[in-house]
Design a protein around this ligand. Structure first.
Ligand code: HEC
Length: 128
């Protein structure tokens, strides 16, 4: 009995280590987080809703724009011309934000521009 418990604990520890080690490179986590936090406004495919919620499908390959995304996710956005403001999602960690950015840029927009966790962290330090 005791041995089985130890075995079960060991297996679950290994499985969770495998999942955690994927966090940095696997955009699947980014996709899951996008689905949990963003689709209500920006839609599943990122097409948005007319004038209300901007489409995330047409990212120019401009670096300035990529660099803005982590801060937009964390602190929200309230541009003068917008109808509704986006409220920041403060509960998301740097790793989670990084995975969402990579999902948006590399998977949704098919641009090959991986953003490293270090880049995201230093961007987040400089958010206004
Ligand atoms: C409650 C609705 C809502 C949710 C949830 C939401 N957003 Fe937004 N988002 C908006 C609105 C509204 C704007 C436009 C704000 C403005 O222009 O001032 C916006 C703007 C943006 C922009 C800038 C787009 C552009 O054209 O410049 C990005 C990038 C973005 N959101 C990403 C995300 C991501 C990623 C998530 C999930 C982590 C998310 N948003 C969740 C409503 C939302």
């Amino acid at each position: 009995m005791r041995n089985k418990l130890i075995l079960a604990f060991g297996i679950s520890a290994i499985v969770s280590m495998i999942f955690m080690s994927c966090d940095y490179v696997n955009y699947k986590q980014g996709q899951g987080l996008y689905e949990a936090n963003c689709v209500t406004c920006h839609m599943q495919d990122g097409s948005g809703v007319a004038e209300l919620y901007p489409s995330l499908n047409n990212m120019q390959s401009s670096k300035t724009y990529f660099e803005a995304i982590p801060c937009i996710i964390r602190n929200g956005l309230n541009r003068q011309e917008s109808v509704i403001e986006m409220v920041g999602l403060q509960h998301l960690s740097e790793v989670e934000i990084n995975n969402i950015v990579n999902y948006l840029v590399n998977d949704m927009n098919k641009l090959k521009q991986e953003q490293t966790l270090q880049q995201t962290s230093s961007i987040l330090l400089k958010c206004k």
